[in-house]
Write a protein that binds this ligand. Structure first.
Ligand code: NAD
Length: 556
């Protein structure tokens, strides 16, 4: 979508707006940037202070106000209010300051914002589908004001980041993710739909909070839950055919089951499982450039065996098979360690998703001995257990690896398995480290490390753009592999030298465009595209990206 071609219907809406209604419409409001001619033609004279400002001047003022806020949560509230008031200005400052603002609109601050969502609630955004809406979900979706929707992000709020069941307060997550779709990959805001499926919450404190915004009941589970989800998915297919449906922050069992249920039916993926996998695989590809060891020699120990671990291990297996290993050999390179110890074949009662990584091996119930016997080349923390990578554990890992790979991916920061500083210190400065939430640069014995962030935002916006451009009917493993390979290929030698296995976040729009091209090509090659891709795909993709600039209402 170019800025000169607003999506269907927008032009008509825009022409109908006048006077104070226009100032109150966040999509079209320009505030003090309405020109003299527009003020005359649109009934705005007197409703605005006389000085006409440019978008750049407005952005400078907003940035100043943003920086003056005393806490990240206050900054989140400020940005939300701006998004509600003037969408172009919100996206202008977000695009231009993405590295600084992403931690505010997304992890880690969005976690705190979700917790406080009921208390800081000012104005609704997104669509709520609740357990009481059985039988009318289609008509509810039709209440959404936009007719063209390209990307939907849905959560049921049960596993928000590493924070657990936040019920309806989880709406902050789809809102934040979709803001990133727009900022990072230029999916037009009008084409983004955040959805919260509210089936209640099992968090007592929320049900007892008089300001809680969701259904005050325990979670609906079992058949009734599945039927609501089925009805929702069918409604999406009917009301917004072809839209990409991204599942986000569902509890592990539901996440895995719903992915299996719908992935062969429509264009859908689960970001916690598959997006995480692709960003982590990219990080491992880059880490191999630093260690010099071939990718197919890696042995990975996962600390945590949930949705993220399963997704990463599955994609890693695909990648190792592409590197020449047999599927059985590839799976044997992935080891899970969960709350009951090492996942081994002799353990009883293992969840189905762990079985393919339950190898023949003596049990181990402490991480240190597992590291000692397995001698992994990399440890991936996806457990939401803070400080699990202790000094002895990392020192042991460093014993058998000149450059141990340590990814402490659990979010938010307070849940990370170790900090960047600990990883460098406890491995004698040899760790190749990445975290889930942003980490500041670290000075260690005169060396400056700039740790990379294994942020899913490197993958999902570009993936989504590629799917939209191709009109893809399904999301395949090949697309995630291509996204990971593309991302890793964009890491400069300079970034690697500083210890970062990802490109700088500032380059995210270009990263997304590259990923979109790769994904659209895979869609075409796999027969999953419904549009014919032009020869100059890179240029075409860039031309489809929304740019936050003001449209002229009247000439002059
Ligand atoms: P999940 O609930 O599905 O899995 C958590 C796993 O940790 C479970 O297997 C559980 O058994 C295990 N665990 C719990 N306590 C443990 C203990 N004491 N020792 C060992 N294992 C233990 O959650 P998930 O979706 O897999 O996410 C896990 C974490 O990863 C979260 O903090 C999430 O924010 C983070 N995550 C990060 C990224 C990223 O950085 N890109 C992406 C997705 C998820």
């Amino acid at each position: 979508m170019t800025s000169s071609s607003p999506p269907g219907g927008e032009g008509r809406d825009r022409r109908r707006l006048f006077g104070i209604d226009l100032l109150h419409h966040p999509r079209y409001n320009k505030g003090t940037a309405f020109t003299e001619a527009e003020r005359d033609a649109l009934g705005l004279r007197g409703l605005l202070p006389p000085h006409v400002f440019s978008l750049e001047e407005q952005a400078a003022r907003s940035l100043r106000n943003f920086k003056a806020k005393p806490s990240p949560l206050e900054q989140y509230i400020f940005l939300t209010a701006l998004q509600d008031r003037n969408e172009v200005l919100f996206y202008r400052i977000l695009v231009d300051h993405i590295a600084e603002m992403m931690p505010i609109i997304y992890t880690p601050t969005v976690g705190e914002a979700c917790r406080e969502f009921g208390h800081i609630f000012r104005r609704p955004r997104g669509l709520y589908v609740s357990a009481t809406d059985r039988g009318r979900v289609r008509s509810l979706l039709r209440n959404w004001p936009e007719k063209k929707v390209s990307v939907i992000v849905v959560t049921d709020g049960e596993r928000i980041l590493g924070l657990g069941d936040l019920g309806a307060l989880g709406m902050g997550i789809p809102i934040g993710k979709l803001s990133l779709y727009t900022a990072c990959a230029g999916i037009a805001p009008s084409e983004c739909l955040p959805v919260l499926i509210d089936v209640g919450t099992d968090t007592d404190a929320l049900r007892n909070d008089p300001l809680y915004t969701g259904l005050v009941q325990r979670r609906v589970r079992g058949a009734a839950y599945r039927e609501l989800l089925d009805e929702f998915v069918a409604a999406v297919e009917e009301v917004f055919p072809g839209a990409l449906l991204q599942f986000e922050d569902f509890a592990t069992e539901n996440a895995l089951e719903l992915l299996d249920r719908y992935r062969h039916r429509l264009c859908t993926f689960n970001d916690d499982i598959q997006g995480t996998a692709a960003v982590t695989l990219a990080g491992l590809f880059s880490a191999c450039r630093l260690t010099g060891a071939p990718f197919e020699t890696q042995r990975i120990l996962f600390y945590g065996a949930g949705a993220a671990a399963t997704g990463i291990a599955d994609l890693l297996t695909t990648a190792l098979v592409r590197s020449g290993l047999s599927p059985a050999e590839a799976r044997r390179r992935c080891w899970f360690f969960d709350s009951r110890g090492l996942v081994v074949a002799s353990r009883s009662g293992l969840a189905p998703h762990k079985l393919r990584y339950a190898h023949e091996h003596p049990p181990a119930d402490d991480l240190l001995s597992a590291v000692g016997t397995l001698r992994p080349t990399a440890m991936l923390g996806v457990s939401a257990q803070p400080q699990a990578f202790t000094q002895p554990v990392l020192a042991k890992l460093a014993e058998s690896n000149p450059r141990p790979i340590v990814f402490a991916l659990s979010n938010p920061t307070s849940k990370a398995e170790c900090t960047a500083e600990q990883a460098y210190r406890w491995t004698g400065g040899r760790a190749i480290f990445a975290s889930g939430s942003p980490s500041a640069a670290v000075e260690w014995e005169g060396i400056r490390f700039v740790p990379g962030q294994g942020n899913n935002a490197y993958i999902f916006p570009g993936l989504g753009l590629g799917l939209v451009v191709a009109g893809a009917t399904r999301v395949s493993d090949g697309m995630f592999y291509a996204a990971a390979e593309t991302l890793a290929g964009l890491v400069s030698e300079d970034s690697l030298r500083q210890g970062s296995v990802y490109p700088p976040l500032d380059s995210i729009r270009s990263v997304s465009a590259n990923i979109a091209v790769a994904v659209a090509r895979v869609a075409a090659a796999e027969g999953l595209a419904t549009t014919i891709l032009p020869d100059d795909l890179g240029r075409y993709v860039r031309s489809r990206m929304y740019e936050p600039t003001y449209q002229a209402f009247v000439p002059g």
